[in-house]
Design a binder for this molecule. Structure first.
Ligand SMILES: *Cc1c(COP(=O)(O)O)cnc(C)c1O
Length: 395
């Protein structure tokens, strides 16, 4: 776990933040983010596949401004995200999905000229038709397909999307509404069935989804020009192997082979875009042994970085000799790193070998750029919020 592959600019800034008493801090490497998003964009564009970024992975406006120009749009999952993204990125193309959209959220989407609306149920479609009137609203119908996914970290069946029967009624309902003057148009289908898939697993799933979608759209959306298939996100990242990235090159190549050019293909990854560009930087407040276990108590904790607690992994980190390091060095093969919360669940990492770790050393947790700060319970115990720092091209 203690591999020392940390960009020099990240190390330098992490130590500077420690020296300035700015810890804990989130540190975002914007040039690295730009490089990652560019690589994804280039791979997908080469395959003729559209690229949306799922903002719920990390909606920080600084990150959105780096990512958005490299994408075909931003996917949002609530009215709050919709307003946040359209405020941060005026004029951006926004696709709005997610269950339980309220009338208020739907009206915001219609007024703000949402680019695509991913409709989750027949009732929702009927409400969109009623609210839109003659205003144009381009819709994808979200499908819930019985394609079991082996190897997925999270299967997304459950309440999302519609079965074949509801989809058929939805297609007919939209067609009838359009004939009666509604501005609502069904442009295709949206499918997001699993997350945590590597390129090969995702392609295996996408092959089934696409075959189904082409057949279904042919049957139920006859005559539709440039039908659209959104294949969702869920591209894996590996917290045990921070250097291992989703293979966008072979994924894009595989998609190009699947596609016969008869429809618009689109994906909407979140985690795999931003996870590697974020760091949670903390320092060691205390080192102790109790009941045979060695602990490092880090400033902050899972109220800032909940990811290891929710996903049950050790958050990978690199320990740097801190500017104010003090006390006896700790050597241990099975260290547990916890935060400042009064709960045994406040664990950032377990079973980690460390050498010469001291109080005041700086812990740079990697892979904290997605589902990290924004999924955490910030105000539990009322500790101060972290500092937010950004590396840019000048660093
Ligand atoms: C969360 C979500 C995504 C992004 O998933 P990642 O695992 O972050 O790539 C994309 N589409 C939908 C509908 C989602 O709910």
């Amino acid at each position: 776990m203690r591999d020392d592959v940390l960009p020099v600019a990240v190390q330098t800034r992490a130590l500077a933040l420690a020296a300035e008493n700015q810890l804990p801090a989130y540190l975002y490497d914007l040039p690295a983010l730009r490089a990652q998003a560019t690589q994804i964009r280039d791979a997908l564009a080469g395959a003729g596949v559209e690229f949306l970024y799922a903002a719920k992975a990390n909606p920080d406006p600084e990150l959105l401004r780096v990512i958005a120009p490299l994408t075909d749009g931003i996917e949002v999952a609530s009215g709050g995200e919709l307003e946040h993204v359209t405020d941060a990125l005026p004029g951006a193309r926004v696709a709005f999905g997610g269950p339980g959209k309220t009338d208020r959220e739907l009206m915001t989407a219609i007024r703000r000229g949402v680019w695509r609306l991913h409709v989750e149920s027949l009732r929702e479609l009927n409400r969109v038709i009623a609210l839109a009137g003659r205003r144009p609203v381009d819709v994808l119908l979200r499908a819930n397909l019985p394609f079991g996914v082996t190897g997925a970290a999270l299967n997304m069946s459950g309440p999302f999307g519609m079965d074949e029967e509801a989809l058929a009624v939805a297609a007919r309902t939209a067609r009838d509404a359009a004939a009666a003057g509604s501005g609502v148009r069904v442009r295709g289908v949206h499918v997001h069935l699993a997350s945590g898939l590597d390129a090969e697993q995702k392609l295996t799933l996408d092959r089934r989804v696409l075959a189904w979608a082409l057949w279904w759209m042919g049957e139920h959306l006859p005559g539709l020009e440039s039908p659209e298939v959104n294949l969702g996100g869920g591209m894996t990242v590996d917290y045990a192997e921070p250097g291992h990235h989703f293979d966008w090159e072979s994924y894009a190549k595989g998609l190009a082979e699947l596609s016969d050019g008869s429809c618009v293909l689109r994906v909407e990854p979140g985690r795999s875009v931003s996870v590697h560009a974020g760091y949670y930087v903390s320092d060691v407040l205390d080192l102790k042994h109790t009941r045979g276990q060695a602990y490092a108590i880090a400033r902050g904790g899972t109220h800032h970085l909940r990811t290891p607690a929710t996903k049950g992994h050790s958050q990978p980190f690199v320990a740097l000799a801190g500017p104010g390091r003090t006390g006896e060095p700790l050597d241990n093969d099975e260290l547990t790193v916890v935060g400042q919360l009064c709960t045994p669940k406040d664990q950032l990492a377990t079973g980690v070998p460390v050498r010469d770790l001291r109080i005041g050393d700086v812990l740079v947790f990697r892979m904290a750029g997605a589902y990290a700060w924004n999924i955490s319970h910030h105000d539990f115990l009322m500790h101060p919020h972290p500092t937010f720092a950004y590396l840019d091209a000048a660093d």
